[in-house]
Design a protein around this ligand. Structure first.
Ligand SMILES: Nc1ncnc2c1ncn2[C@@H]1O[C@H](COP(=O)(O)OP(=O)(O)OP(=O)(O)O)[C@@H](O)[C@H]1O
Length: 253
């Protein structure tokens, strides 16, 4: 379904690649957690998949077709990818329902988006998905008055209302406490299984990755150093992935 062929990214003015020669393929049964210390290339990886960052070398194929970075094709590809963010990226003064409806923007004309008018079907669909993430009672509440976990549920509902084929997360629980992070991952797992939705999530918390992922990918300095089952990600792999971070900690003490 999704393939990366020899994908490398080098940002302008940088001496090293942010991603180096990645070859990977994913299907809808994968719930992938991407691990790596800060700067390993995790965000760049997600940004490549959703078309925000064009690879400097190689290509990404979606259903066998190389991803185009032309405006209209890119718009179509982005509809297929729901995205969940660390800082939620919601509109604080708007209600839960209004925020979720913005997930439909990729399907509508600029004019309709400007006037903010949605069809009854779109509204009913948004309400159905808000119920699925457990926020029906909050539907009309402004998101600025919600807790972090509730805000992330709105973020997930906004991604789902797009009817994506891939759900991407860039550190979606990094701003949440451990209990809330667990509940968000549990929700993401339930959605992944129920909808058959390829899910790829960057996460710093190895315990969460091991508990929920069906597949772990580890990056180090932009290179793939592990791709396998969570149970095979042992303390050796952990040390290799986070090596110099531990050394830095040691030297700071
Ligand atoms: N827009 C940019 N311009 C130049 N260099 C960049 C840019 N974005 C990222 N980089 C560099 O590319 C490398 C990979 O960064 P990336 O943000 O993908 O890592 P990350 O694993 O997501 O890190 P973090 O966990 O801190 O978010 C880093 O060396 C970073 O400094």
């Amino acid at each position: 379904m999704l393939e990366l062929k020899n994908v490398s990214v080098r940002y302008p003015g940088m001496k090293k690649n942010a991603l180096s020669d990645l070859n990977l393929s994913f299907d809808k049964n994968d719930f992938v957690c991407v691990l790596g210390k800060s700067g390993a290339g995790k965000s760049t990886f997600i940004r490549c998949i959703n078309g925000l960052q064009q690879p400097t070398e190689g290509e990404i194929r979606f259903d066998g077709t190389p991803m185009s970075f032309q405006k209209e094709e890119l718009r179509q590809i982005r509809r297929e990818m729901g995205m969940v963010f660390q800082h939620f990226n919601l509109i604080p003064r708007m209600s839960v329902l209004q925020n979720v409806l913005t997930g439909r923007f990729g399907y509508r004309s600029t004019f309709k988006n400007l006037v903010g008018w949605f069809t009854n079907d779109e509204i009913q669909e948004a309400k159905r998905i808000i119920a699925e993430v457990g926020l029906t009672e909050m539907e009309n509440r402004r998101v600025e008055n919600l807790s972090g976990g509730q805000k992330q549920r709105v973020g997930i509902a906004r991604a789902l209302v797009q009817h994506p084929r891939i759900l991407l997360g860039d550190e979606p629980v990094a701003s949440l406490d451990p209990g809330t992070s667990n509940r968000i991952f549990s929700l993401l797992q339930e959605i992944h299984e129920r909808l058959g939705l390829l899910t790829i999530i960057n996460v710093h918390d190895i315990e969460l990755a091991k508990r929920y992922a069906t597949r772990i990918i580890a990056l180090k300095d932009g290179e793939l150093i592990f791709d396998g089952k969570p149970e095979d990600f042992t303390s050796e792999e952990y040390e290799e992935t986070y090596e110099s971070e531990q050394q830095n900690l040691f030297f700071q003490i």
